[in-house]
Design a protein around this ligand. Structure first.
Ligand code: NAI
Length: 284
């Protein structure tokens, strides 16, 4: 996809963080924008900001974990703009706890948003994009956690590895069809967003009352510092748009984190145990 002016972008989780960064960039490129998010007030604020800058925006309150809600998002997109050219399956939430201590609700919530949200997005929008028969692009937001393994965030890690595999499968399937739609999987390291406050969006039915263990609380403090010191969403969006133009599949925003991907691959290919986890250097 090389032409963006007047084209239609759909961005889930578009009300804040990386999604809003992508939306701002889409506006700069002259795109028409569909913003979908579960957080109603933030969604209105984001849409107002983009409209004030001159963009055409449709804001649709959406819980991506619900298939019917994502189908409705697709219906409204087609009614309003009549096409979809860029799909960013970006909505996501963080999760913490050992594999065995994470509650059923923890697993259901994190996999529901991070994995099922992307599955619903692809099932609802890919047929429309194929029918449209124009150049298009899909960006699924995974994480560097989709290529490596960090103890203590199993729900998140599992969801993100699945999004990488899902995106790779989609890539192969669209290539077999010689489709005009290309795919990228976005695997950022730490980005300065509200990801560590993801609990704000957990539905009441999936609340977990378990207090964080001291080990988990320490780890979360550390991750919060890393996120606060993380890359700007503006820079991530610039990297994503360069990758879309170059038709680049894997988008790793933090080259210094590639060593841990390499270490994992080396372990697999040399029949070794998983590499010992080394936390990133602490920020002040
Ligand atoms: P954020 O919390 O700032 O933004 C996430 C957005 O998703 C929010 O606007 C939130 O309201 C929305 N959302 C949450 N649950 C939803 C649902 N069920 N349906 C629709 N929207 C929902 O966090 P951030 O960092 O911008 O997250 C965006 C994506 O980036 C996520 O997939 C996250 O896993 C991924 N990511 C973030 C990294 C970081 O360091 N911030 C690193 C790697 C990946």
């Amino acid at each position: 996809m090389q032409e963006f002016q007047g084209k239609v972008a759909v961005i889930t989780g578009g009300a804040s963080g990386i999604g809003l960064g992508l939306a701002r960039r889409c506006a700069t490129e002259g795109m028409r924008i569909v913003l979908a998010d579960i957080e109603a007030a933030a969604l209105t604020r984001a849409a107002d900001e983009l409209r004030a800058g001159g963009a055409q925006v449709l804001a649709v309150p959406t819980d991506v974990a619900q298939a019917a809600a994502v189908d409705e998002l697709a219906r409204q997109t087609m009614d309003h703009f009549g096409a979809v050219h860029l799909l960013c399956n970006n909505a996501g939430v963080g999760g913490g706890g050992t594999v065995w201590e994470s509650s059923l609700a923890d697993w259901q919530w994190v996999l529901g948003v991070n994995l099922w949200g992307v599955i619903h997005g692809l099932r609802a929008f890919v047929p429309l994009m194929l029918n449209g028969d124009s150049a298009g692009h899909i960006v699924n937001t995974a994480s560097i956690a989709g290529l490596t393994v960090t103890p203590g965030i199993g729900t998140y890690t599992v969801s993100k590895h699945a999004v990488v595999a899902l995106s790779e499968t989609l890539y192969q399937e669209l290539a077999q069809r010689k489709a005009k739609i290309k795919v990228s999987v976005l695997c950022p390291g730490f980005v300065n967003t509200r990801i560590m406050d993801s609990e704000r969006n957990r539905p009441a039915a999936l609340r977990s009352d378990q207090p964080a263990s001291p080990r988990l609380a320490t780890m979360q403090d550390r991750m919060r510092q890393e996120v606060e010191a993380g890359q700007s969403t503006e820079r991530v969006a610039a990297t994503v748009f360069a990758a879309i133009r170059a038709e680049q599949f894997y988008i790793l925003t933090h080259p210094e984190m590639k060593a841990s991907v390499q270490a994992r691959m080396d372990s697999i290919l040399t029949d070794s145990d998983p590499p010992r986890f080394v936390p990133p250097p602490q920020h002040a």
